[in-house]
Design a protein around this ligand. Structure first.
Ligand code: HEM
Length: 408
């Protein structure tokens, strides 16, 4: 049976703090933009059919005649896409098709770590996230480790100095690359030619049960498929890498949490992981634009968001909204009591039409690797560093070097 007590009371366990952020809840309208920090209002907006995606710079992106990737699309074409890919992400499918592969690859990575005695966790978790997501997407006709290196090079490109905030370490947003994706950047071309093209070629000959096969059937061009693959790389592979990094950091710094995780059954382990994700959501903000007046209830009062309004949804605040998650919202309390129909990770996977399809895949794959890794006598050899992706107020944890304890 899952327990719901906090391992340690009274502590702020959130590891990431966006410079200057306030944890206030509520709703504020500034220069016509609605800033929503209230979880229930955020959910109403995300569930409304009268909104379109406005995050990830979609409004500045000119796709021309190219079909937009799933994250950028809305309305009927988006619903059709989601319905078609849902089967690849169903928990039963994930369990039946990918669990064994997760175990095999996690064993291999952990064995390499035991042999070397030291590992850069961001590299290890990227290799792992790439191989798992690649199965679902259908990127299985090239070398996985080389593909992880190519994607790393691509997503970790530094921001041009003119765009960065002075004094703050920022990264080119991993989602920003979608905007520039029509320009043939070298790392993208590399990914296209070495990973995507062979996968398409193999599936044109023989379809498989994966996203690329579906896209071929739906008439997507090679370029459109490539852009969709980049989307999965940014939305699925990189996010899971960060999640694994954060979970390891939390558990190595809090041994009682690690013991609880390792001793728990699947439900208890998942509670710990969801709580890690609630406290430090990988994606900090989502944006939507209303296409018609959208009624919402703010502090018990009915209000209407006018048509054409940009709505900024603060996931970091929503996840710590005391009206939803209870007192001491920044404590780590796996299995904390939540209102009906609020998931344990609260808004970390989004909600509504664009809600993350990979949510159960991400938790399951992280659990498979973490169980193996955290069982070992390991410690942090470096102080992790948090960097911010300004576009989505998402974080990246770097400098997590793990070592095996002496004599292990
Ligand atoms: C811990 C890991 C993950 C986190 C925190 C995460 C978070 C999110 C969030 C917040 C969204 C919603 C974006 C929006 O509403 O605008 C999203 C969408 C998406 N995610 Fe995930 N995700 C994770 C893992 C994955 C995985 C493993 C995959 C696939 C292999 C995946 C594929 C996608 C896709 C394709 C979308 C776009 C869906 C749409 O627009 O309809 N994600 N993710």
């Amino acid at each position: 049976m899952a327990q719901s007590t906090c391992p340690i009371s009274g502590e702020n366990r959130r590891k990431t703090n966006y410079p200057g952020e306030s944890l206030a809840a509520g709703v504020e309208v500034i220069d016509g933009v609605w800033h929503v920090r209230d979880m229930n209002v955020a959910r109403e907006v995300l569930r409304s059919r009268d909104t379109t995606q406005a995050g990830f710079n979609v409004e500045k992106t000119r796709m021309g005649h190219i079909r937009p990737p799933i994250l950028f699309s809305d309305g009927e074409p988006h619903r059709t896409q989601r319905a078609a890919i849902a089967r690849y992400f169903a928990p039963k499918t994930v369990d039946a098709n990918y669990h064994e592969l997760m175990e095999t690859y996690a064993d291999q990575l952990v064995e390499e770590f035991r042999r070397d005695g030291v590992v850069d966790l961001a590299q290890m978790s990227m290799r792992y996230s790439v191989i798992v997501a690649a199965q679902v997407v259908g990127l299985t006709n090239s070398d996985y480790d080389a593909m992880a290196t190519r994607l790393n090079r691509f997503f970790d490109m530094p921001l041009a100095p003119a765009e960065s905030t002075p004094g703050r370490k920022t990264l080119r947003s991993r989602f920003e690359v979608l905007r520039v994706s029509s320009k043939a950047q070298l790392p993208m071309l590399d990914f296209h030619l070495r990973d995507v093209r062979p996968a398409i070629k193999a599936r044109r000959k023989e379809r498989q049960s994966d996203v690329i096969s579906h896209l071929i059937d739906a008439g997507y061009s090679e370029l459109e498929i490539m852009i969709e693959c980049i989307t999965y790389g940014a939305a699925g592979m990189v996010t899971t890498r960060e999640f694994i990094g954060m979970a390891v950091w939390q558990m190595l710094e809090h041994p009682e949490l690690r013991s609880r995780y390792l001793a728990g059954d699947k439900a208890e382990r998942y509670q710990v992981l969801h709580e890690v994700l609630r406290l430090d959501p990988i994606v900090g903000h989502l944006l939507r634009r209303t296409t018609a007046p959208v009624p919402v209830v703010v502090d018990g009062e009915e209000r209407t968001i006018p048509a054409g309004t940009l709505v900024d949804l603060y996931i970091r605040n929503s996840n710590a909204d005391p009206a939803v998650v209870g007192e001491k919202p920044l404590e780590h309390c796996p299995g904390r009591e939540l209102p009906p129909r609020v998931g344990a990770e609260v808004m970390s996977f989004g909600d509504g039409a664009h809600k993350c399809p990979g949510n159960s895949l991400a938790i399951q794959e992280a659990d498979v690797l973490l169980q193996r890794l955290l069982k070992l006598p390991i410690q942090l050899a470096t102080k992790p560093v948090v960097q911010w992706d300004e576009l989505i107020k998402g974080y990246e944890v770097r400098n997590i070097r793990l070592v095996l304890e002496q004599g292990a």
